[in-house]
Design a protein around this ligand. Structure first.
Ligand code: NDP
Ligand code: GDR
Length: 332
């Protein structure tokens, strides 16, 4: 068992919860960063609430945009590993809030790198959550050799973070790397992302709570994996001899429309009876096709995905159905 400390930003998000479970299982102390909110914390922390009794799990309040809070928290905890998962992670939203997105997704990681440097944390390893969105218009298969061509404020800010992480690695000899992760989903996926929006709506329609699901571009193709598989790759990347960037993907691509078909057929529903297109959900520019080539990670890290497209769709639909049925039973 490890007696290391990991500092994880984005603890209230999908990946923060799976990564915390993995690290606690390995014996780490996990310090999770949560930003202040005037609202209830209970709901935001629901995916990690089962970890709260664990003495090795600590929540700290802070914000990656506030360099003072990053410097102070890293000085206090002196972590062995820092995983920067915090982001404004919705690509569509980044067109509506480009400045906020850039502050969080570009300046935020820089604040953390500077906090490591200023505190002389020479042995601290840094993981940056990079993304397949960096490839933008360059159609797949995308590997570590594929050039970047971002097409959203989200991806432009993430490209800055990707580059500045490599710059700190080269300039200060830091163990700093980026995982270029393709879309990964789970029952804990935020409800505004397309997979979860679809599985939740199908479950609601099945139970008679909803009639219509409105979506945008059904033609976009995505390489969808399971978040639980992907957080293992993050840990592997920080536990090598040398820091390197890796692609993490399934090597399969599917249209958004195929995900709809798969989930609606699980629910025994006809897509044409319930799904409508609303231009409101289109983006000014959408990434057309993502298909990752993660052979380098498979070869060098020994990483392999376990959950495929159909299993993922079923896992998410069944989890949403169960949540809604439990809610209905509680209200009866
Ligand atoms: P989520 O959107 O579920 O989680 C994002 C987290 O970041 C939330 O906990 C959010 O907190 C936190 N956060 C946002 N702004 C700040 C801030 N200023 N200071 C501190 N915390 C902040 O994302 P995922 O878990 O899905 O993704 C994790 C990371 O991986 C993100 O960086 C994302 O861009 C990246 N990524 C995700 C992929 C995916 O398919 N899931 C693929 C490739 C990359 P709050 O609750 O307060 O909003
Ligand atoms: P993405 O995920 O943009 O790939 O970013 P999202 O689920 O938001 O969109 C996937 C595709 O579905 C199309 N789409 C819709 N999307 C949403 N959200 N809502 C809709 O109603 C809808 N209808 C169609 C989108 O246009 C797009 O083509 C995710 C995030 O997790 C990023 O943080 C991460 O970096 C990338 O994956 C890899």
């Amino acid at each position: 068992m490890s007696n290391k400390t990991a500092f994880v930003t984005g603890i209230t998000g999908q990946d923060g919860s799976y990564l915390s479970e993995l690290l606690l299982d390995k014996g780490y102390k996990v310090v999770g960063l949560k930003r202040y909110s005037a609202g209830e914390d209970k709901n935001r922390l629901k995916h990690v609430s089962h970890l709260m009794q664990n003495n090795n799990f600590v929540i700290e309040s802070g914000d990656i945009c506030d360099s003072a809070s990053m410097i102070n928290l890293l000085a206090e905890h002196r972590p062995d590993e820092v995983y920067n998962l915090a982001a404004q992670s919705h690509v569509g939203e980044s067109f509506r809030t480009p400045i906020n997105t850039t502050n969080i997704n570009a300046v935020g990681p820089l604040n953390i790198l500077e906090a490591i440097r200023i505190n002389n944390l020479d042995n601290t390893r840094f993981y940056q959550a990079s993304t397949s969105e960096l490839f933008g218009d360059i159609e797949g298969p995308q590997s570590e050799e594929t050039p970047f061509s971002p097409v959203s404020p989200y991806a432009c800010a993430k490209l800055y973070a990707h580059n500045v992480t490599a710059t700190y690695r080269k300039s200060y000899n830091m163990y700093a790397c980026s995982g270029i992760l393709f879309n990964h989903e789970s029952p804990r996926r935020g409800e505004h992302f397309v997979t979860r929006k679809i599985t939740k709506a199908a479950a609601n329609i099945k139970l008679g709570n909803q009639e219509i699901l409105e979506l945008g571009n059904l033609k976009a193709k995505r390489d969808w994996g399971f978040a639980g598989d992907y957080v293992e790759a993050m840990w592997l990347m920080l536990n090598q001899e040398k820091a390197k960037d890796y692609i993490i993907a399934t090597g399969e691509t599917h249209e958004v429309g195929e995900f709809v078909e798969e989930v609606f057929s699980l629910a025994g529903l006809k897509v044409k009876d319930h799904v409508r297109i609303n231009p409101k959900f289109y983006r000014p520019h959408d990434v057309p096709l993502l298909l990752g080539d993660s052979r380098k990670a498979e070869r060098e890290l020994g990483w392999k995905r376990k959950v495929d497209f159909k299993k993922l769709a079923r896992m998410m639909y069944e989890a949403d159905l169960e949540i809604l049925e439990n809610e209905r039973n509680q209200n009866e």
